[in-house]
Design a protein. Structure first.
Length: 223
């Protein structure tokens, strides 16, 4: 197969095209910054629909707060989040995050993160057991309103196919390319990530629907 040309200058125009096609996505669907943190942990290896079921269980218990979830026994929490999959593992990971959020600045974790530089805040989150790059960046962008671009499986798939970066590019490199190519703006990063998710879920699937894809005209046909 032909080697695809890569050109990161295509990234910013792709954002404008997706935004004009789909409009604003109003993502992340959460009522509070804390709910974003919980959702970011639960969405690891899970569909958002199943995460919503887990969050609904927590709400029904009246426990969607830092104090209540932090105090909840692990097994009880695991049962509530069962719909998100890997529920016992996720309960342990979530408990580590909850302990961190409760401990910093007397629970004023958002103020704490925002008092740090972006990379220092990211480094701090990544030290929490169970928090990986995508989770950390989701918390920073959607919960702390800090411009840290979120990369996911759709970003890597679409970026490789559209020639934004080479196939096989890893998370950190893809994140760096996006942050070099798009103005560091929380709203733009928020929308772009959500737009990529929509494109990946509806068009740039494992078997892509190229003929109807909004990026058809700028996406190389040979991979």
């Amino acid at each position: 197969m032909a080697r695809k040309e890569t050109d990161k200058s295509r990234i910013a125009p792709a954002y404008k095209k997706l935004l004009s096609t789909f409009g604003g996505q109003n993502w992340w669907p959460a009522e509070t910054p804390f709910e974003v943190c919980v959702g970011a942990m639960l969405t690891q290896n899970a569909s958002w629909g199943n995460v919503e079921k887990a969050l609904a269980n927590i709400r029904a218990r009246g426990a969607l707060s830092l104090a209540k979830l932090h105090a909840m026994p692990d097994e009880e929490l695991a049962e509530l989040i069962r719909p998100s999959g890997y529920f016992r593992l996720k309960a342990k990971r979530l408990k580590h995050l909850l302990a961190f959020l409760a401990d910093v600045k007397g629970g004023k974790w958002r103020d704490f993160l925002r008092s740090l530089s972006l990379e220092k805040a990211r480094e701090t989150l990544l030290k929490v057991h169970g928090v990986g790059p995508e989770t950390a960046d989701s918390i920073l962008l959607y919960s702390a309103d800090m411009p840290s671009f979120v990369v996911d499986k759709y970003t890597l798939r679409i970026g490789g196919r559209c020639g934004w970066f080479p196939h096989g590019t890893k998370y950190e490199e893809a994140r760096a390319i996006f942050m070099e190519s798009v103005a560091k703006n929380v709203k733009v990063y928020n929308e772009f990530h959500a737009l990529i998710v929509r494109l990946g879920a509806n068009f740039c699937k494992t078997k892509p629907l190229c003929a109807d894809c909004p990026l058809n005209s700028v996406c190389p046909k040979k991979i």
